[in-house]
Write a protein that binds this ligand. Sequence first.
Ligand SMILES: Cc1cc2nc3c(=O)[nH]c(=O)nc-3n(C[C@H](O)[C@H](O)[C@H](O)COP(=O)(O)O)c2cc1C
Length: 173
Amino acid sequence: MAVKAEMNPVRGIRTFPAFPLVLGVVGKDEKNIITLSLVHVFSFNPPLIGVGISPSRHSHELFHRSPDFSINIPPKELVEESIFCGEKSGKDMDKFEETGLTAVPGKKIGTPIIEECLVNLECRKTQVFDTGDHTWFLGEVVCAQATENYDRERALIYWAGEFRTVGEVIRGR
Ligand SMILES: Cc1cc2nc3c(=O)[nH]c(=O)nc-3n(C[C@H](O)[C@H](O)[C@H](O)COP(=O)(O)O)c2cc1C
């Protein structure tokens, strides 16, 4: 057994291999894009996903106000646009205009989806709860679409300051 060093609990959390990197869109007339890695599946039936958003984000208020949101998986080629949407605030600019990403009307929700993303999940907000320094917004996926022959190796994962793609398959199940 390797020798293990005890560490600060916050550093401990940073040892997770990675989380998916997604672009959240929220709002209809006042729409915004926020880059998110705190994203999780909360239920398969019904299909519920949740995103953790800090109250310091402009999007936090928009997520509270909007009845829905979309979760969009960008291809790795959009890493710079994803960083832009994760460093700039929508309170100062329209991130769709600044990045050139295209807002397309949702099929089932008022919030748009992002045309250039590989996957678009339209979510109707179902629950909101605060946990420490983030608020979790859960939504039921009411419409899902993906590019033909969707390949998860084109998606991005992120954690501890590193943008990656998924690695080798060790074994099937
Ligand atoms: C890779 C990456 C992942 C991020 N993940 C989250 C997250 O899960 N939750 C969050 O509140 N902020 C996250 N952020 C920070 C927000 O995206 C960032 O503060 C953004 O500028 C907020 O935009 P807004 O003010 O328009 O809402 C992340 C940023 C990056 C670059």
